[in-house]
Structure formats: structure tokens, C-alpha cells
Write a protein that binds this ligand. Sequence first.
Ligand SMILES: CC(C)(COP(=O)(O)OP(=O)(O)OC[C@H]1O[C@@H](n2cnc3c(N)ncnc32)[C@H](O)[C@@H]1OP(=O)(O)O)[C@@H](O)C(=O)NCCC(=O)NCCS
Length: 368
Amino acid sequence: MSYSPGLENVPATESSISTIDLEAGKIWIRGYSLEELAMECTYEEVAHLLIYGHLPDTRELNEFRRKLVDESLAPKEVLDILGMLPKDMHPMDLLKTGIAALSGFDPELENSDIEANRRKSVRILAKTGFLVGNLGNIREGGFRLFRSDLGHAANLLYAIIGRRAESWELKAFETAFILYVEHELAASTFAARVIASTMADIYGAVVGAVAALKGPLHGGANEKALEIFQYDVEGAEKFVRERLARKERVMGFGHRVYRRGIDPRAEVMKNVLAELCNRIGDDRLYRVAVRVEELMANEKNLYPNLDFYVAPVYKLLGISPGLFTPIFVASRVAGWCAHVIEQQAANRIFRPRAIYTGPRGQKISGRG
Ligand SMILES: CC(C)(COP(=O)(O)OP(=O)(O)OC[C@H]1O[C@@H](n2cnc3c(N)ncnc32)[C@H](O)[C@@H]1OP(=O)(O)O)[C@@H](O)C(=O)NCCC(=O)NCCS
């Protein structure tokens, strides 16, 4: 048996959901370019594409939008549980607990056929958005209801910032939100598929995926990437050089699949950051980002991933850092659900082997 550490370049499943096409420099989501979806569609359209396999027509879109609002309010018991947890618990841990608790209220929990999984996906999507938007509010003992006159991303932002976002703010937020929605077999998605392959329920798979996403090498990187942006250009350069000298990682750089160039999603967010900086008439964050990007390319031949450019955009939108990774969850949950549906529709349990490096034949007796 040979093995590849971290399963690098090992195909672990077949999937018709998405792929990273390095030659074309694109991410295809069921045949559509993710970057184009992010510029031209709403989040609901892309989530529908993932869960039902096609972009919705007008009737389907209206119905899907309505369900995402109607199904959003989490049960009082779940809100009470979250309200009782320690105030200093990380929002990702609150969210993990919240989604686990939601499973107890889903009447179809144990039904894993395709249609039941799709119905549950819509409920999970709606309620995860609600919980993420309200994580801060629940701690203060309240919440903001999702509104039927707003789309999913707009509702989330409304719950977070406490007012209806300006159209330019929403455009920046929703572009990032869509770019996060699906990315082939990322660690969290693989975790979800492994859990689903035991025919455990979809909530369990999503909770496992949230746990995986929290790590700073994965989704947690967007919160950590913010550190660089507290500095001016010279300060950021010093910060990065010092980290590299100590052989520490610079968060928001590097990617297992994009080895020799920028993540195409980061390219889109770089433009969004430039536009935001223009609008507010202060380009410090953009200058910092570009300088750090140049430095990392020269020093390490490493390039930014999506998280690097999302961090300053969220900062400019006034979103608190603890919510950066939960917002990633609220988006990616559509991708995870699509993978669980696909996995369970034609399942075989994941059961790889390990190359054993320990001893054999140890004697239990005679230990002294
Ligand atoms: C994403 C990531 C986990 C990929 O890991 P990987 O494919 O296993 O890559 P490796 O850890 O083997 O890294 C290869 C080399 O690049 C270096 N490297 C990778 N990412 C780095 C970073 N962000 N900063 C500094 N050095 C980095 C490693 O130290 C290693 O150097 P070495 O060969 O001298 O030891 C890794 O790039 C990383 O930790 N990035 C920062 C976290 C992040 O932004 N995550 C979000 C991903 S979307």
C-alpha cells in the first residue's frame, strides 16, 4: 500500500456537483462558472442549483425564497439553549450546538431519501442563516426575524448589522457569500460525506462539517487573516516578514489545490475590495492587501485564497470578526447538503486503510 499525506491528489469520490478546473482557472458548479454565478445570480439561485441540480425558473425561485423565510425561525428551545451557553464561547461552537439541537425538531430526521434530504436541506439552510445572523442578538436575549421582502443574504446581513443594507453593501456581501457556497472536496465537505456515508442523518453530517470548518487551516482562516489588516502598509510588511522568519503561516495564503497561482475566487474579491475602498474614499486596506500579496509571491511563491480578500471586505462592512467563519457556514451549508444528498443517493461507506507504523506482538505480561 502507498499513501499520499493529506490525501493530496487522491480522488476520494465521484461527484457531479463541482470541480476546480486549474487549466481553465475556473470553478465549475454543475457546469456554471462560480465566478459568473457570484456576479450575476442571487444566493438563492445558486443554492437551488446545488440542492435541486438546476437553476430555478421564476416560480421555483419565488417558492424557494419564500421557504427560506418561512422556515427560518429556530425553535424557542434552541434559542434558549444558545442563550444559556458561556458568553465567551466562540460563535462557531455556539453554531455547532445550535445545528445539533435543531435536529431534534425535524420530523424527517431519520428519512434519508433524496426528497426528504432536499426538504431537510432547505430547513437547515433557512435556520442556519437565521442562527448565524442572530448569534450576537441571541446573546443579548433577542433576535431579528427574517423578512419576506429580503433575500437570504440580505436577511442575514440585516440580522447582523441591524438595518437594511445599502445596495452596494449587499452586493459586496452577497458576492462573497456566493463565492463561499461550494468548493469540491474541501476538508469540511469530505467530513460531511464521510459521516453521510454511514447513513447517519444530514444534521449530523452538517455538524461534523461545521466542526471541520472552524479550524484555522480551513474556514477559520478568514477570521485570522484579519490580523494583517490592522496595520498600515509598512506595519503589515513587517508583520508578515516576522511571521515568515519564525516559520509561521500567514493566514489567507496557500491552498492545497491552487499551488501556482491565485484562487480565482480571491481575484473576484480583490475587485470587490477595490470598489469598496473607492466608494468610502480610503484605500488603506487595498494597499495593504496588494503589498502583502506581492511580498508572499516573492518570498514564498504563495498566493492569496478567498479568505484573505474576504476579511478586509467584511471589516469594511462592519461585521465583527467572530462572525466571519459562521457566515462561511451559512453559505457553504448548501454545498454540504448537496454532497450529503449525492452521497446518500448512491452510497458506499468510506472505509480506507492506514499504513501501520506501530509494533506487533507486544507481550501484556511482564510490564514490571
Ligand atoms: C491551505 C493550507 C492548509 C494547505 O496546506 P498544504 O497543501 O498541506 O500545504 P503545506 O502545509 O504542505 O505547505 C507547503 C509549504 O508551503 C508553506 N506554506 C503553506 N501555506 C503557508 C502560509 N499560509 N504561510 C506560510 N507558509 C505556508 C508550508 O510551510 C510548506 O513549506 P515547507 O515545504 O517549507 O515546509 C496551507 O497553505 C495553509 O495553512 N494556509 C494558511 C491557512 C489558510 O489560509 N487556509 C485557508 C485555505 S482556503
